[in-house]
Design a protein around this ligand. Structure first.
Ligand code: FAD
Ligand code: SIN
Length: 531
């Protein structure tokens, strides 16, 4: 048993920011399934959207967010997050975060923040650290955490399931008491207990065959919360980033939207610009529009990719503004200052998730969720670029504030120890990897950028069959990280399909050929699931 005051699952921007705020009030455990910096956060390129310039305003940022969200955002939540952004950004800078700067106008040698532009934003408002913003955020937060004696980080520890009062047989209500956690290095399962558990486990890109996300993004938080009885919403809204590098050796490398923000243009395989036929903002249209346009151009031409071309910009500017993208492409034999980059859309961001208030509260007592795992109502049917890091910062702060002003009761219950399975049949592990591939391919083929009722029904059937098989393995065999994650991607796939089947319209990121239009009566209506 490992008792703490706060249990934080995940060490991306959401988990780390929360831990720093909670630490003065108690002992914090951060449980994270790989190295401490490994997270979606670490790969964020474009930056953090926030109003910091005189030419910008909260109203404009709110308006852009609502427009991208296609009628499904919660306006009060949007306003809170937008308006509290600048204060949280200042805090991050005080912790040591270094954003890129440029020379201020006036010629007196003064400096100001260099603001980037991305799709759907009417103003330049993206604070960034060149094209490695996430790496810099993780560095700054982890550095601050290393000075906090109250915080203990458990690397290579994978949370298996939340421990709830209902699961251990208590009758009244449902309260989260902690989590069972698998120590990957020595194969043991520990019960971590705490009056407050924060899910900060990020998204689920790995549910799809092609994704910009690193391997950690297996939707564990959504799956665990669902099994624990929390309400989920809007999981059909999976954001496909339009520009993932298309190269046989590149597993999942993003070419930031900021490249289009600085003038990069999308072109067909024949080298023709095509976005003006789809949206007045052309290559900088909201992501759902751009991803569908690329998908449609690829289907029309039969090509395996389209091009992103920024060669008309000075080479020095490209190398200075996008050093990581430039160097990475160069390693794959592509010089982006001289030739266009082959790109394809890939699964990128989960707009739905565990339903929370803007303070991170779920409907399971003692369980909070912040960051990509949560569905606060900020993103609606389509997230505006660079709004997710902002959401994580603001909501982590608010969650900590709520918890500290209304402490959760101490745990009285006796927590049962984890019951391990007995069999370990190594030969059968091949089935686990086969099932991984099958789910990811099925989701890509049937539940991708363009959906139909028939494809969704087919996906539902296949996933149900796979789940039956997985359930058998889960209970009979000694747990492995691959098996636990497989169970989670299967659950998340099921949830995405069920939400998609609930929505009889096309809106934002959910496009169904059988209902090609949005239906007014479905605006402001979430698709909701509870076990
Ligand atoms: P993550 O940063 O993903 O952290 C999740 C953590 O949980 C990880 O530490 C992981 O190991 C851990 N974890 C997961 N499951 C378990 C488990 N079962 N047990 C223990 N630990 C677990 N957004 C922007 O706003 N601006 C950008 O420029 C931007 N660029 C992006 C570029 C890329 C390539 C990607 C993939 C995403 C980008 N996003 C961007 C999205 C943004 O990075 C994420 O939404 C955000 O970082 C999520 O933060 P988080 O703390 O919620 O989760
Ligand atoms: C990017 O840099 O294109 C990613 C931005 C985001 O996902 O918000």
């Amino acid at each position: 048993m490992k008792p703490f005051d706060f249990l934080v699952l995940g060490s991306g921007i959401a988990g780390l920011s929360f831990a720093l705020k909670a630490a003065p009030r108690g002992r914090v455990a951060i449980v994270t399934k790989k190295d401490r910096a490994e997270s979606n956060t670490n790969y964020a390129q474009g930056g953090i959207a926030s109003v910091t310039s005189k030419e910008d305003s909260f109203d404009l940022h709110v308006r852009d967010t609502l427009a991208a969200g296609a009628g499904l955002c919660k306006e009060a939540v949007v306003r809170t997050i937008v308006e509290e952004g600048p204060a949280r950004i200042r805090e991050l800078m005080e912790l040591g975060m270094k954003f890129s700067e440029r020379e201020a106008p006036g010629g007196d040698g003064g400096r100001e923040l260099d603001l980037g532009r991305e799709g759907g934003h009417s103003k330049r408002r993206i604070l960034h650290a060149k094209d490695v913003t996430g790496r810099e955020i993780e560095r700054a937060l982890l550095n601050a955490i290393s000075r906090q004696p109250n915080i203990q980080i458990f690397e290579n520890h994978l949370a298996i399931d939340l421990i709830t009062s209902r699961k251990i047989g208590q009758k009244n209500g449902n309260r989260c008491l902690g989590a069972y956690v698998f120590d990957k290095k020595n194969g043991r399962v520990w019960a971590f207990t705490a009056p407050v558990t924060l899910l900060a486990t990020g998204g689920c890109g790995k549910v799809y065959l092609y994704t910009t996300n690193p391997d950690i993004a297996t939707g564990d938080g959504v799956a665990m919360a669902y099994r624990a009885g929390a309400t989920l919403a809007n999981m059909e809204f999976v954001q496909f980033h339009p520009t993932c590098l298309y190269h046989p050796r590149a597993k999942s490398f993003l070419i930031s939207e900021a490249v289009r923000g600085e003038g990069g243009v999308l072109k067909t395989i024949e080298g023709r610009e095509f976005m003006d036929a789809y949206h007045p903002l052309k290559s900088l249209a909201p992501r759902d529009v751009v991803a569908r346009a690329i998908d449609s151009e690829m289907k029309r031409s039969g090509a395996e990719h389209v091009w992103l071309d920024i060669t008309h910009k000075p080479a020095r500017f490209i190398m200075d503004r996008f050093p990581n993208i430039y160097q990475t492409c160069l390693r794959y034999g592509l010089d982006i200052t001289k030739e266009p980059v082959p790109i394809v859309p890939a699964a990128h961001y989960q707009c739905g998730g565990v339903v929370t208030t803007v303070d991170g509260q779920t409907d399971v007592a003692g369980l909070f969720a912040v960051g990509e795992v949560a569905c606060t109502g900020l993103h609606g049917a389509n997230r505006l670029a660079s709004n997710s890091l902002l959401e994580a910062l603001v909501c982590a702060h608010r969650a900590a504030g709520t918890i500290l002003s209304h402490p959760e009761p101490k745990i009285e219950a006796t927590i049962p120890l984890w019951q391990p399975g007995q069999a370990a049949n190594v030969d059968e592990l091949v089935v686990v990897s086969h099932n991984w591939d099958e789910i990811r391919r099925c989701m890509w083929d049937y539940v991708g950028i363009v959906r139909t009722n028939k494809r969704l029904a087919r996906a539902a059937k296949r996933i149900a069959n796979l789940q039956e098989e997985i359930q058998e393995y889960y209970w009979n065999f000694i747990v492995t990280a691959d098996l636990l994650e497989l169970r989670n991607i299967a659950t998340v796939a099921e949830v995405i399909v069920r939400c998609a089947q609930q929505r009889p319209e096309s809106r934002g990121l959910h496009y169904n050929l059988d209902y090609p239009d949005a239906r007014p009566e479905w605006a402001q209506r979430d698709t909701v699931l509870r076990k």
